[in-house]
Write a protein of this length. Structure first.
Length: 149
């Protein structure tokens, strides 16, 4: 093998017609770019959501309601659910760390405990929020509640 004998593999390359070289190139005066208008110019960028002058959909559809950007969203656990989870995972304490380590919530989720259902086991709770009924039920069983920020 010598450098002057090297050539590309059969069929791997093909000759392309050069664009923008006049009528004789077979691609014409527009160089396959179509006729007049902004789209044939260099640097054309389509306007996002532009509908050709028609009233855009985000302006046609009526606006409803209000979304509070400062809203706190909690992952809610009822006492009945906690009892089932305790049977399955045998929690030493019901905390955000124990829920995260068992894959029940994500790292940044906030947890709230509600009083629906029946709790039979005595547990230590470390949560972000708790209802009055749930707190009363937990403390009557001898458990304790710690509210996290």
């Amino acid at each position: 093998m010598k450098l002057h004998t090297l050539k590309p593999a059969e069929g791997s390359t093909h000759k392309e017609k050069r664009l923008g070289r006049g009528e004789a190139s077979g691609k014409g005066g527009t160089s396959t770019k179509g006729n007049k208008g902004s789209q044939q110019r260099a640097g054309y960028q389509r306007k996002n959501a532009h509908e050709g002058g028609q009233m855009p959909i985000q302006r046609r559809i009526p606006k409803r309601g209000f979304k509070n950007p400062d809203r706190l969203e909690y992952n809610v656990f009822n006492l009945g659910q906690i009892e089932q989870l305790n049977e399955k995972y045998a929690f030493a304490e019901f905390s955000i760390e124990s829920l995260y380590s068992n894959g029940l919530i994500s790292k940044t989720d906030k947890v709230k405990v509600l009083g629906n259902g029946e709790l039979k086991s005595k547990l230590l709770f470390k949560v972000n929020a708790i209802s009055a009924k749930a707190k009363e039920t937990i403390e009557s069983l001898g458990g304790s509640v710690e509210i996290l920020n």
